[in-house]
Ligand binder design. Structure first.
Ligand SMILES: [Fe+2]
Length: 178
């Protein structure tokens, strides 16, 4: 019983635990682990940015209300759908996908801002979303290089699509501040 408890605890703090150790899809085990770990960081960044974009959809105000309310909705909807593809790629690589706020806080490069309880002005929201989209790009680009070296084409394809989207969103948001 003591061992079972210890195993349970290890599983909670190690979201990257290999769920299928005997998997052989032609990617070296070590590469598969590194890519799955990297994708967990991409998922955490993407989820954090998704939530922030939805938060700002709810709380934006001022003369830009209508256009930003709609723009944020378009972006968070696309991001929400992509979360599933990232998580399921981690599963296909034989690992568990993180799915708790606790894990996302640990894994994300986008840090929680406790002051966000009070909504910032619209231009601060836009600037924060530029930063967030750029952060996802940096993480995705790092993992894409790993996947490319390992011959993991589905992950390369997925991350290429995510980079196209997040670089485009960063540009569209940046343009509002010029
Ligand atoms: Fe809405």
């Amino acid at each position: 019983m003591g061992k079972h408890k210890a195993d349970k605890k290890a599983a909670t703090i190690a979201p990257h635990a290999d769920a299928s150790p005997r998997i052989d899809i032609g990617i070296a085990a070590d590469d598969r682990r590194k890519i799955a770990e990297g994708l967990s960081h991409v998922l955490a960044d993407a989820f954090t940015l998704y939530l922030k974009t939805h938060n700002f959809h709810w709380n934006v105000s001022g003369p830009m209300f209508n256009s930003l309310h709609l723009m944020f909705e378009t972006q968070y909807t696309e991001q929400w759908n992509a979360l599933d593809d990232i998580a399921e790629r981690i599963r296909a690589l034989g690992y568990h996908a993180p799915g708790t706020y606790h894990a996302f806080l640990q894994l994300s490069s986008i840090k929680e801002d406790p002051d966000l309880i009070a909504p910032p002005a619209w231009h601060d929201m836009v600037a924060q979303l530029v930063d967030g989209n750029e952060a996802v790009c940096r993480t995705a680009r790092r993992v894409l290089k790993l996947a490319d070296k390992a011959g993991d084409d589905p992950t390369v394809d997925l991350l290429t699509q995510r980079l196209q989207t997040h670089e485009k969103y960063a540009w569209m948001l940046r343009a509002l501040l010029e």
